[in-house]
Design a protein around this ligand. Structure first.
Ligand code: OOG
Ligand code: NI
Length: 269
């Protein structure tokens, strides 16, 4: 595990960019006209609720860096459970980690995913690079398609493995843009497609968080039998509002998160 937060996030960012080139361009688009660097609100990671790769094991990489448990979130229809982690240093990005509740899925999915996870060396889970180590297996395209019919999340994990699913621009920290709507307009003007599941803007000032995201980039994944272009990772934009004590809300909103997950869907492209 990394002993330095900045090194870990730098590595995560580099690996994210290899399959999400639009993030680098959007970074420039939103930050290019100002001296200040883009602030990352949070990253998200995905996993399965199977040993040795459970949510808790991923969270351990952040716990050793001083992160603490935040809220927990349930997504019954998608069969997902999630938690967020936050750091006493308010400039540290938050971390949103979800896991697929594999035991609630079909016997076919359980068999496929069980076989993939069995190929992970348990020692690799604690290694420095685990959170950006990708897939620890090789699958054929038909297996990917079988998973895709039941759970887009499972298929995404099978194709991409462990890597940050997205980074998030803190709109609060942008100088040129004050509203999420104006960020969205700039992105669309530049030709980016937004995830409009649940509307382009998820959440509201009332729930203290507004979010939007691009539709995931597409990147080549090497299946055992052939290489195919499939959705990879996306970029998110978040604006937080102060609670009644004047403190910026630091949690997540389940109804919004439920739609953000769909940024990796291929439907409607
Ligand atoms: C996470 C989706 C939820 C948020 O900010 O609400 C999320 C994912 O797609 O893995 O990131
Ligand atoms: Ni997010």
């Amino acid at each position: 595990m990394h002993s330095d937060r900045h090194t870990l996030f730098q590595k995560l960012w580099e690996h994210y960019l290899t399959v999400t080139p639009s993030a680098q361009d959007i970074h420039r688009l939103l930050g290019g006209t100002q001296g200040q660097a883009i602030v990352n609100d949070h990253i998200a990671l995905r996993t399965f609720n199977l040993d040795p790769v459970r949510l808790d094991r991923l969270a351990e990489h952040f716990r050793v860096l001083g992160y603490q448990r935040g809220g927990e979130y349930h997504f019954d229809a998608k069969k997902l459970y999630a938690r967020h982690y936050e750091h006493p240093d308010p400039t540290a990005p938050k971390v949103f980690i979800s896991e697929l509740l594999v035991d609630q899925c079909s016997p076919t999915l359980q068999a496929i995913v069980g076989d993939l996870v069995a190929q992970v060396d348990p020692a690799a889970v604690d290694a420095d690079d685990f959170l950006y180590s990708g897939a620890h297996w090789s699958i054929d395209e038909a297996t990917y398609r079988t998973l895709l019919e039941e759970s887009e999340y499972a298929a995404w994990m099978a194709a991409w493995g462990w890597r940050p699913n997205h980074f998030t621009v803190s709109v609060n920290a942008l100088e040129q843009y004050t509203t999420l709507a104006s960020v969205n307009e700039a992105l669309k003007d530049a030709g980016y497609r937004l995830n409009d599941s649940g509307g382009e803007i998820k959440g509201s000032p009332e729930v203290l968080l507004e979010q939007s995201s691009t539709l995931a980039d597409e990147a080549d994944v090497r299946f055992r039998d052939r290489t195919a272009r499939i959705p990879s990772c996306f970029y998110e934009f978040a604006k937080r509002y102060p609670d009644k004590d004047g403190k910026l809300y630091g949690g997540f909103v389940p109804a919004s998160a439920d739609k953000i997950f769909e940024s990796t869907h291929a439907a409607g492209r």
